[in-house]
Design a binder for this molecule. Structure first.
Ligand SMILES: [Zn+2]
Length: 170
């Protein structure tokens, strides 16, 4: 059976290809690149896998025409992302922050969360990835909480069609 394919134009000159053949929900595939963060390729892949294990409406796949691009820095400014919250962003992983003891897989999962539309929740528990540095370096959890996964699942159920403006988040 041929899959119905709907291409929706989005900013940055790329297209999100949405497979509409799924029975209930659409599934959006987002491609990411980790080649700009060579020290953290394994951790980035694990963070993406953690999201893929938690949600089904959106998939993170390495390669292709990446719209989520990882970089690494060493300036002590902390990790951050510039993203529209709808699957397009530049993610910067700070090696000094990792040296301070923050787990890079958790950082990657957190920044991916921003690219999937989630805001910071620094006062949240370690069981959330969006609590970020809030719980301190002892928190290494890189698996989204059930509530975080549910929010992303809801937001992407219709391919997260409403595109937001690019913003920067830590
Ligand atoms: Zn953040």
């Amino acid at each position: 059976m041929l899959a119905g394919v709907l291409a929706a134009a989005v900013p940055f000159g790329v297209q999100l290809v949405v497979d509409t053949s799924a029975h209930a929900a659409q599934v959006t595939t987002l491609y990411y690149s980790s080649s700009g963060a060579p020290d953290y390729v394994t951790q980035i892949d694990q963070a993406a896998a953690n999201w893929n294990n938690a949600v089904t409406d959106v998939r993170l796949v390495k390669g292709g025409s990446a719209t989520i691009v990882f970089h690494e820095t060493n300036d002590g400014q902390g990790s951050y992302t510039s993203t529209d919250g709808h699957g397009h962003g530049q993610i910067y992983l700070d090696r000094q922050q990792v040296a301070e003891g923050f787990a890079p897989t958790r950082i990657a999962a957190h920044e991916l969360g921003h690219n999937l539309g989630l805001p910071d929740d620094y006062s949240g528990p370690c069981s959330e990835v969006m609590s970020g540095h809030g719980p301190g370096t002892s928190c290494t959890n890189a698996v989204p909480s059930a509530a975080e996964a549910a929010q992303v699942q809801r937001d992407w159920a219709n391919a997260f069609a409403a595109v937001g403006g690019v913003r920067q988040a830590e």
